[in-house]
Design a binder for this molecule. Structure first.
Ligand code: ZN
Length: 386
């Protein structure tokens, strides 16, 4: 158990406005700060933070509390996990008192799930950097894509070996519970590893904890999909996660827009080039929950499409949802046969930013043009726009 002394130090250090600002865009109103409530839907801010009293209160839905209760409720962390998160943030060493034995077994399951994912992340990282296979297959793939060690470390990338039960065995040896490994989808029903022979992309929540993994295989095998993802669990709901957001959130607020791309590697290469306000919806069509995540930091979204996707209706899926959330949406189409990675390498970051500014098209105009084009000379369809 965490000692009372440590808990007191944490409560003293934790400023409610520091904590909440990581998740909610706050603006100054007199002595208080105000923002859109993350706990209920609203268009005008009634979520109020008082630095002087070190508390928050929403006058819309009534939620209120301090830094600790905010993190527990908002991030779904347990009390001890929240204390650890804050201790880490404020560099407070954690002093543990001896634990009554039964506590060991009563640790909350969610905490255990996060711990196992962290273990798996470290395991896959070691496979990538310290094994021959990891280096010759995984690391050379990332290097070919021009990714630097710094980027691999920031995104905590890894490699799952060809051995089909290595993670499961190692985790069990280290004392982790097989049922929880199965719950996370890391181990299948036959007690073998779900991910093998793939480069691994951990998927993080807003506070940077690993909630799931995506694995990309590097062989040309039409029978197995290029990317596979962890199944949903108590800590992973794919419609509520955006890839890269934990590293992008500060930049999104600073630039006051969020750049949405299609692939994990697009996020990596743009981030590495210095465009950090970038996220991907990781294979799913954009969801309302994902848009709400972005909305905490900005009301502007630029959606970047490969030249190949230009003008297709599929590319526009999900955008009506964004508009319903009262967000400004612009589309940017890359020149034909370019993707974000190839294009930024070709023109460099300054021209890339210029391109984003100059080529961004208002979504409503874009869509109207598309429908008009489809309607052709059909007077009935066309009349909808007169
Ligand atoms: Zn509220």
């Amino acid at each position: 158990m965490i000692s009372q002394q440590t808990i007191d130090a944490i409560f003293q250090a934790a400023h409610v406005e520091d904590i909440i600002e990581e998740f909610v865009h706050l603006t100054k109103r007199g002595v208080n700060l105000k923002g859109l409530c993350p706990f209920h839907d609203e268009k005008t801010p009634s979520f109020t933070v008082s630095p002087a009293r070190n508390i928050y209160k929403c006058f819309g839905c009534g939620k209120g509390g301090n830094a600790v209760t905010f993190l527990m409720e908002h991030e779904g962390l347990s009390y001890p996990e929240t204390l650890r998160y804050l201790a880490n943030k404020y560099n407070i060493p954690i002093e543990e008192t001896a634990l009554p034995e039964e506590y060991e077994f009563e640790k909350q399951e969610r905490d255990s799930l996060y711990l196992i994912n962290a273990f798996a992340r470290d395991f896959y990282g070691k496979q990538l950097f310290e094994t021959d296979l990891g280096k010759s297959i995984g690391l050379s793939y990332f290097k070919e894509r021009g990714l630097l060690r710094k980027t691999l470390d920031s995104f905590e990338l890894g490699f799952a070996s060809t051995n089909r039960d290595e993670l499961t065995k190692t985790a069990i040896q280290a004392g982790y519970n097989i049922d929880l490994l199965r719950k996370l989808g890391l181990t299948n029903d036959h007690d073998r590893d779900f991910f093998f022979n793939r480069v691994m992309f951990p998927i993080h929540n807003l506070s940077g904890k690993v909630v799931a993994f995506a694995g990309r295989h590097l062989i040309n095998d039409k029978k197995s999909p290029k990317y596979i993802n962890s199944k949903e669990s108590d800590i992973y709901h794919k419609s509520k996660v955006l890839y890269g957001l934990h590293l992008a959130k500060q930049a999104i607020r600073k630039e006051d827009y969020c750049l949405l791309v299609e692939g994990y590697t697009d996020v990596l290469s743009l981030h590495q080039s210095g465009i950090e306000n970038v996220v991907a919806s990781s294979g799913t069509a954009l969801t309302v929950e994902q848009i709400k995540l972005i909305k905490r930091y900005t009301r502007q979204i630029k959606i970047l499409y490969d030249g190949a996707a230009a003008g297709t209706k599929a590319a526009l899926r999900g955008i009506d949802l964004v508009l319903e959330q009262d967000m400004n949406v612009e589309l940017v189409l890359l020149p034909a046969s370019e993707d974000p990675d190839s294009y930024i390498k070709k023109v460099g970051v300054t021209s890339f930013r210029d391109y984003l500014d100059q080529e961004a098209k208002d979504f409503i105009l874009f869509k109207t043009n598309l429908i008009l084009k489809e309607a052709g000379n059909d007077p009935v369809k066309k009349s909808c726009f007169n």
